[in-house]
Design a protein around this ligand. Structure first.
Ligand SMILES: Nc1nc2c(ncn2[C@@H]2O[C@H](COP(=O)(O)OP(=O)(O)OP(=O)(O)O)[C@@H](O)[C@H]2O)c(=O)[nH]1
Ligand SMILES: [Mg+2]
Length: 206
């Protein structure tokens, strides 16, 4: 346990660890990044990643993640949430090889999952890691909607431009789209630049 975390639990013995939610569009790499964080600091995993969007259909948690960085220390519970979209079209899953029945079921699960993401945002989390796939256009409607809700709730945010290992990634486009936020470019898949992410998490949520 880091010295600051120890000091905090000594001074505030009843204080619960912060609950930090990973939010963002489907396929942004939230589960991969949650697994990266949880593996690095607690040697556990959170859930299954997949190239098929709307893989995560329930919020999944890793408790007691102690991030101990020279910029600061913080103990958090990480909640990996279902991807949020402004619409779910079952036909989009045909391109991923799903038949009609499987596509309909996945679309229903995805819609329930979006509801669960919004519930955790409203009721559970004290801070947000907003994850964007830096290979995609950051100005998608869902990002303005979801970040707007997060900001209205006054929650602290770390904005992540994920997948920077990918040749098509453009972290600057993400930074340009959200000038109000400091953007941390990372790859949850390869671990590239996660040191800067841990510094940001410790500073923002510590
Ligand atoms: N190149 C690259 N691919 C990544 C990275 N992170 C995730 N991926 C890939 O992107 C796809 C989606 O990853 P997930 O972690 O399942 O994404 P998610 O945001 O949890 O998706 P939903 O649960 O559907 O909302 C998978 O094929 C991952 O392997 C990354 O940092 N770099
Ligand atoms: Mg997921």
């Amino acid at each position: 346990m880091g010295i600051l975390t120890r000091l905090k639990s000594f001074l505030f013995p009843d204080s619960a660890p912060a609950v930090i939610g990973l939010y963002g569009p489907p396929n942004a790499g939230k589960t991969t990044l949650a697994n990266c964080i949880a593996t690095d600091w607690a040697d556990v995993t959170v859930g299954e990643a997949s190239g098929v969007p709307h893989e995560t259909q329930r919020a999944q948690r890793a408790e007691g993640i102690e991030i101990d960085h020279e910029e600061g220390s913080v103990t958090v519970s990480v909640v990996d949430t279902p991807g949020v979209a402004t619409e779910v079209d079952h036909a989009a899953f045909f391109d991923h090889g799903l038949d009609d029945e499987a596509a309909q079921a996945r679309a229903r699960g995805a819609t329930r999952g979006i509801g669960e993401s919004m519930r955790t945002l409203r009721e559970e989390v004290g801070g947000v890691v907003y994850v964007l796939d830096a290979t995609q256009d950051p100005r998608a409607q869902v990002n303005d909607m979801l970040l707007g809700i997060v900001e209205n709730q006054g929650l602290p945010v770390v904005l992540v431009a994920n997948k920077v290992d990918h040749a098509d990634a453009d972290a600057e486009a993400v930074a340009d789209a959200f000038p109000r936020h400091d953007v941390v470019p990372v790859s949850g898949l390869t671990g590239e630049n996660t040191d800067a992410l841990y510094a940001a998490l410790a500073k923002r949520f510590g």
